[in-house]
Design a protein around this ligand. Structure first.
Ligand SMILES: N[C@@H](CCC(=O)N[C@@H](CS)C(=O)NCC(=O)O)C(=O)O
Length: 221
């Protein structure tokens, strides 16, 4: 039997958090090896573990996978979270890419210089309220089903739920006009695998605070 996937990253959300969420949704236990110093990163680079000298890197099924989306897509395909045919997969990809565009802004927000933060926050709220959330609300309304694609859980639902939690941390009123998104978030949160992950003490990471940002800067500087 294959061992648990091993996640190589720092002890923060940033680009690894979606991978943690997706594994958790699939009910897959995983281990984490946290880089704490620049030397930890250099060691991975020198031993040839990082194809493009970057993390996230996930050891899974005998592979050392890099590139966040490739990792997510592999997990989704392996654990049946990627639709039943190529049309469903195309929708899941399209929705996930939209979520990624917004998520990139959210995950990089803590790492911005303070002078840029207010502007970015305004942009995140504006894009959430006026571009991305209405689009996903419309999808759910159009078919009246419980999940975004094919009436069953896919990676798109997991990514969206994560995004909803993270944007709500930045603005607690952000979901006020999106009842179907709220319902989706509740539905996904109540799945037994997610319930466990959302409890304190799980491998879910808190907001990347100043301490985390400082230590990350030291690793990558
Ligand atoms: N496209 C890559 C980007 C990965 C990336 O930028 N990783 C950062 C850490 S979050 C990194 O390793 N930076 C060091 C570098 O680019 O040399 C992905 O999505 O995984």
């Amino acid at each position: 039997m294959a061992g648990k996937p091993i996640l190589h990253y720092f002890d923060g959300r940033a680009r690894m958090e979606s991978i943690r969420w997706l594994l958790a949704a699939a009910g897959v236990e995983f281990e984490e090896k946290f880089m704490k110093t620049r030397e930890d990163l250099e060691k991975l680079r020198k031993d040839g573990s990082l194809m493009f000298q970057q993390v996230p890197m996930v050891e899974i099924d005998g592979m050392k996978l890099v590139q966040t989306r490739a990792i997510l897509n592999y997990i989704a395909a392996k654990y049946n979270l990627y639709g039943k045919d190529i049309k469903e997969r195309a929708l899941i990809d399209m929705y996930s890419e939209g979520m990624t565009d917004l998520n990139e802004m959210v995950l990089l927000y803590p790492y911005l210089p303070s002078r840029d933060k207010d502007g970015r926050l305004t942009q995140i709220k504006e894009k959430s309220r006026n571009r991305y959330f209405p689009a996903f609300e419309k999808v759910l309304k159009s078919h009246g089903q419980d999940y975004l694609v094919g009436n069953r859980l896919s990676k798109a639902d997991v990514h969206l739920t994560e995004l909803l939690y993270h944007t709500e941390e930045l603005d607690s009123t952000i979901l006020a006009n999106f009842p179907l998104l709220k319902a989706l978030r509740t539905r996904v949160s109540n799945l037994p695998t997610m319930k466990k992950f959302l409890q304190p003490g799980s491998q879910r990471k808190p907001f990347d605070d100043e301490k985390c940002v400082e230590s990350v800067k030291k690793i990558f500087s």
